[in-house]
Ligand binder design. Structure first.
Ligand SMILES: *[C@@H]1O[C@H](CO)[C@@H](O)[C@H](O)[C@H]1NC(C)=O
Ligand SMILES: *[C@@H]1O[C@H](CO)[C@@H](O)[C@H](O)[C@H]1NC(C)=O
Ligand SMILES: *[C@@H]1O[C@H](CO)[C@@H](O)[C@H](O)[C@H]1NC(C)=O
Ligand SMILES: *[C@@H]1O[C@H](CO)[C@@H](O)[C@H](O)[C@H]1NC(C)=O
Length: 541
């Protein structure tokens, strides 16, 4: 509908005038390191678990991978004895193969309250399967056939305040459902927004960007626009304006999006903002299929969705990007990483990998928010992934634009490697500023609204006025979107010195409600002058 509407020229002219042009960028930062040259699979999906392991999986229908299942096992009714899922252990920098039975290709998931990953859908025999992975040394996937009411391929999930997850959309699935279900007859409400944003040629609305708004409703962005949605009443509460330019941002014109840090004040969050960056222009999918690779979008749209009359504010990135990931760093900066500068998502349809991440500082003045970071040497194009680790490093893996594993004589060979990007806050010259959390101890339970005393030490000179405490929800990453990603800046006073030369405390208040912080596992950080401590795990309950 809105999608095929022609944009009048005077609109484009107007947009051109309000677009901000990129400022010259300050010096690069951060560093890269290869952790493992091969984990045996190409990591298409990733989730950090509360024991500092990362569960990863690819597809099951690509033939054999480069890692065998343990103890000579093979998938039942199959000659495939290779693994398509692995668990990476951060502490030992090692992997363990896992057995996934049904096809998990282009699926979705959410870490649940109890710390297990509940993953939904996939392709073919996996369309309606729900799989659970609860980590331990010998644990493996548990699968539930027909756990979903509808086939879900390219859907997005989010953890809800009631502890369930919502699963939205998917290919030809213009509806949503919940898991677990209240009853076997629970309905699958329709979501006309997904029909309205569906481009008949390119779709351009898959893997919608879904965020839990602090009043309990959902912000859902697909293609080039968004709604605020009351899922319990199946009611669209607000329709946000189409992003200026009207260009698509969703798969296969894959951009990315984050909910900017939520600063809690008392019972609420006064300003709620979403940032959507990159994508590919209209027609890019059809063009790419004809061998014409259109340049990626270099714009971001930022919208204060808490405003009564929100409007998009456009900014220009220093590097155009499609299939990039956007990751919230513990200090509230946004890292834009991976992807390409031409083409779209899909087999063989991306070109010109973008090797340099870009940092975005949401609180800086307009014009000084973006900073290009040091490049990797490894292209991470279609089917690449990234998650934040507890120590503040960014784990990067995957990339396979081919429908099989191809290691030679192709553009962008299948990547089996894992590497990390260490943002500049991990530079050794910041070690004097880096806090270390002493209390609470890791895996502490945090109760809604309760006062929380956070004790930390810093070896160098401390600026007590620039200390904050943040909590990050570990997100499920695939196809350039991190589901369930949110960063909370806790409400609290200035830090004070307590014992000895280098020990301090800051008193903050735990998040006030499940709408702001659904119960479950979070990483907590003390941030001092934009340098985060190593995180600790806490359980919000
Ligand atoms: C994966 O296995 C194939 C086939 O055995 C081999 O040719 C290739 O070099 C391996 N790739 C890596 C990155 O280990
Ligand atoms: C394997 O095949 C048999 C016979 O067709 C079938 O009964 C069984 O359910 C299959 N097992 C799996 C795990 O697909
Ligand atoms: C650390 O060194 C880098 C590169 O020389 C510099 O840009 C940065 O400002 C330094 N950081 C601190 C905290 O001194
Ligand atoms: C901070 O505390 C940790 C753990 O108690 C300790 O290992 C470290 O040496 C302390 N650092 C400083 C600067 O006091």
């Amino acid at each position: 509908m809105a999608l095929s509407t022609y944009i009048p020229y005077h609109h484009l002219l107007f947009l051109f005038l309000i677009f901000l042009h990129a400022q010259p960028c300050p010096a690069a930062g951060g560093s890269w390191s290869v952790l493992l040259p091969s984990i045996g699979i190409s990591a298409m999906h990733m989730q950090l678990l509360p024991n500092d392991r990362v569960v990863m999986y690819d597809r099951t229908d690509i033939g054999t991978s480069n890692i065998s299942l343990p103890e000579g096992k093979c998938r039942p009714n199959s000659t495939d004895c290779s693994a398509h899922s692995v668990e990476y252990d951060v502490a030992s920098n090692s992997i363990r193969p896992l057995m996934v039975l049904t096809n998990v290709w282009c699926s979705s998931g959410t870490l649940m309250r109890d710390g297990s990953l509940v993953q939904t859908g996939g392709f073919d025999d996996g369309y309606r399967v729900v799989r659970t992975y609860k980590s331990c040394d010998t644990c493996d996937w548990q699968e539930k056939p027909n756990g979903l009411s509808k086939s879900r391929w390219y859907a997005s999930n989010h953890l809800l305040p009631d502890g369930r997850q919502i699963i939205i959309g998917g290919r030809k699935a213009f509806n949503y459902e919940f898991y677990p279900k209240m009853s076997t007859s629970e309905s699958t409400p329709s979501l006309p927004f997904l029909v309205e944003t569906n481009d008949p040629q390119a779709e351009n609305n898959l893997y919608p960007f879904v965020f839990l708004f602090p009043d309990g409703n959902l912000f859902i962005f697909a293609n080039n626009r968004a709604i605020l949605f009351d899922y319990s009443k199946n009611l669209v509460l607000k329709t946000y304006p189409t992003m200026p330019g009207g260009q698509p941002r969703s798969y296969p014109s894959t951009g990315s999006a984050v909910l900017l840090p939520l600063r809690i004040k008392g019972e609420t969050v006064n300003e709620v903002e979403v940032l959507v960056c990159g994508g590919a222009p209209k027609g890019a999918f059809a063009n790419a299929n004809k061998g014409i690779f259109d340049g990626a979008l270099d714009t971001c749209g930022r919208i204060k969705i808490s405003d009564p009359n929100p409007q998009w504010f456009m900014e220009t990135m220093p590097l155009a990007r499609v299939m990039g990931d956007m990751l919230l760093l513990p200090n509230g900066h946004v890292l834009i990483i991976n992807g390409a500068s031409a083409g779209v998502a899909g087999w063989e349809l991306g070109r010109n990998p973008v090797l340099s991440p870009v940092a975005y500082r949401p609180d800086n003045q307009v014009g000084s928010r973006f900073e290009v970071q040091n490049p990797s040497t490894i292209p991470r194009v279609y089917h690449s992934t990234t998650v934040l680790l507890r120590d503040g490093r960014v784990l990067v893996g995957g990339s396979n634009p081919h429908d099989k594993y191809e290691f030679s004589n192709v553009l962008y060979p299948t990547e089996l490697s894992l590497e990390t990007f260490s943002p500049s806050y991990l530079d050794s010259n910041s070690s004097g500023l880096r806090p270390k959390i002493i209390l609470p101890v890791t895996n502490s339970r945090i109760r809604y609204g309760k006062q929380l005393v956070v004790v930390f030490n810093v070896s160098g000179v401390v600026d007590l006025s620039s200390v904050s405490v943040t909590m990050v929800a570990p997100s499920f990453n695939t196809h350039s979107f991190s589901m369930n990603q949110r960063l909370l800046v806790l409400d609290g006073g200035a830090a004070s010195k307590i014992i000895g030369r280098s020990r301090y405390q800051v008193v903050v208040r735990a998040p006030p409600s499940g709408n702001i912080a659904p119960a479950g596992n979070y990483l907590m950080f003390v941030v001092h002058k934009e340098i985060p401590s190593p995180g600790i795990w806490v359980q919000m309950q």
